[in-house]
Design a binder for this molecule. Structure first.
Ligand SMILES: O=C[C@H](O)[C@H](O)COP(=O)(O)O
Ligand SMILES: C=C(OP(=O)(O)O)C(=O)O
Ligand SMILES: [Mn+2]
Length: 450
């Protein structure tokens, strides 16, 4: 690339600063912010351009119906819970779900964590009031603390550096687990250890036995299983805090193109996807595969304009639309979006987030979701694509590997009274380990029928 062309690219990467950016914290001290972003710019990348390109190719396959994306993790990761046990439990849950889906549907599953960077949250309101005290709302550990004091709720830019470090140690562990034998498909039984006493685990155990049998058969036929020792596991988060995302955006020395090096896949949230806004501008300029969340108010014209803006070359795998319509709306609103996009020949990978359109407050006051409603939205998603002859390319869920009680229902029949038992999320309710497996079995049936 000529010097002139590359300085144009660099100038473009700063264009977002002139545009309106929704959902940014009011950082109290701009000098500290400058120091922190300067520091971040000198830190090593967390992911590499070649890995992002590999993911783009895999997402293109998902868009054609030759693979399926499984993207899952916390609504909001926290510094306090970025420990080895919790990270391992999440990876294990995603690996188990992927085994169920791969075996059930005979289809490669792309494994992606909402992990190693999911530290910032958009919120419905900027302030909250409790017992007469009004404070800034919690915006994720990269911004402020959850504790309800003025000190903790004041945004602190130094948290961006902490978020980088926690992301680095998390991705390090992900790479160790998935490259060092933990993800070996021959360990499919081990992942279930200690969880046998309920229907989803018993069903998983049966499936693991079938996988074992199939592998023994293939080994007897002389198949080499070395390739099953490791697996790709990609990272993703919402690209919300533009000071952070822009500091982590670097020019790839091989291609001369900019990549966001904080995660393999970044998405733009439902609240920040304004066509002329700062988030769309910054992500339009990076070469990673990217996603946009689309809620029930999205028109076909909005979706088309986003597709043209974010993927002007119409590269397959570059753009994923993550629809989050709500179980009650999806069958009515999704068809016009999908038809509008396909009528123009736009390359889009369609993914279902059945969580964010189905949140409500329970009688006892917990922010929750109902497992049956969540599953209903996934069914609606498959039905719509089935009837239009288009491809349901993946699933985006908020989950944890622990036995929390945040989502109602499932085989354990978590009810309103049970929510108090282990309600641990700081923002949105997550499927627990067992509910995640139940969902995987359900989706594998739908994929099998696809
Ligand atoms: O995770 C998504 C959003 O950040 C969250 O649903 C917003 O929640 P709020 O309405 O409690 O602010
Ligand atoms: C904020 C989120 O979703 P959405 O932008 O779809 O509301 C999220 O994924 O946590
Ligand atoms: Mn959420």
């Amino acid at each position: 690339m000529s010097i002139e062309a590359s300085s144009k690219v660099l100038a473009g990467l700063q264009q977002w600063r002139a545009l309106e950016a929704q959902q940014q914290p009011s950082w109290p001290d701009s000098d500290v912010l400058q120091e922190v972003t300067g520091e971040l710019r000198t830190r090593p990348p967390l992911v590499f351009a070649g890995e992002a390109d590999k993911l783009t190719a895999q997402l293109a396959a998902a868009g054609r119906g030759e693979a399926f994306l499984l993207q899952g993790g916390d609504c909001a990761e926290t510094f306090a819970e970025s420990d080895a046990d919790r990270i391992r439990n999440k990876i294990r849950t995603i690996l188990q779900m992927a085994a169920v889906l791969t075996y059930g549907a005979s289809m490669p599953v792309i494994k992606m964590g909402r992990m190693a960077g999911q530290y910032a949250k958009p919120r419905s309101s900027g302030m909250e009031t409790r017992d007469g005290l009004t404070l800034p709302v919690y915006r994720g550990d990269a911004v402020n603390g959850h504790a309800y004091t003025e000190e903790s709720r004041t945004p602190d830019p130094r948290r961006l550096l902490e978020a980088y470090h926690r992301s680095a140690t998390t991705i390090n562990l992900i790479r160790a687990f998935t490259g060092g034998g933990f993800a070996d498909l021959r360990e499919v039984h081990q992942w279930n250890r200690g969880f046998m006493a309920n229907p989803a685990y018993a069903r998983y155990e049966e499936l693991a036995a079938e996988i074992d049998r199939a592998m023994r058969f293939m080994r007897a036929c002389g198949v080499d299983f070395e390739a099953l020792r490791t697996t790709d596991f990609f990272t993703s988060h919402e690209a919300l805090l533009l000071d952070y995302e822009s500091s982590m955006t670097r020019i790839d020395s091989r291609s001369g193109r900019p990549y966001n090096t904080s995660a393999h896949f970044l998405w733009i949230g439902e609240r920040t996807r304004q066509l002329e806004g700062a988030h769309v501008d910054l992500l339009s300029r990076v070469s990673n595969p990217i996603g946009v969340k689309l809620g029930p108010g999205t028109s076909a014209a909005d979706a088309l304009a986003l597709a043209e803006r974010l993927n002007p070359e119409n590269t397959p795998g570059r753009l994923t639309f993550v629809t989050r319509m709500g179980a009650g709306r999806i069958r009515e609103v999704l068809p016009q979006l999908v038809e509008g996009i396909h009528a123009e020949g736009c390359e889009v990978t369609w993914v279902c987030d059945p969580m964010h359109g189905n949140t409500f407050t329970s009688e006892s006051g917990y922010k929750t979701r109902d497992f049956a409603t969540v599953i209903n939205e996934v069914h609606g998603f498959f039905e719509v694509h089935q009837s239009l002859g288009t491809v349901p390319g993946g699933l985006h869920v908020e989950l944890t590997g622990d036995d929390v009680t945040e989502v109602l229902g499932g085989a354990e029949e978590v009810d309103d009274a049970a929510l108090a038992r282990r309600y641990e999320t700081l923002v949105d309710p997550r499927l627990n380990h067992q509910q995640s497996l139940e969902m995987a079995f359900d989706v594998s049936e739908m994929l099998r029928r696809r």
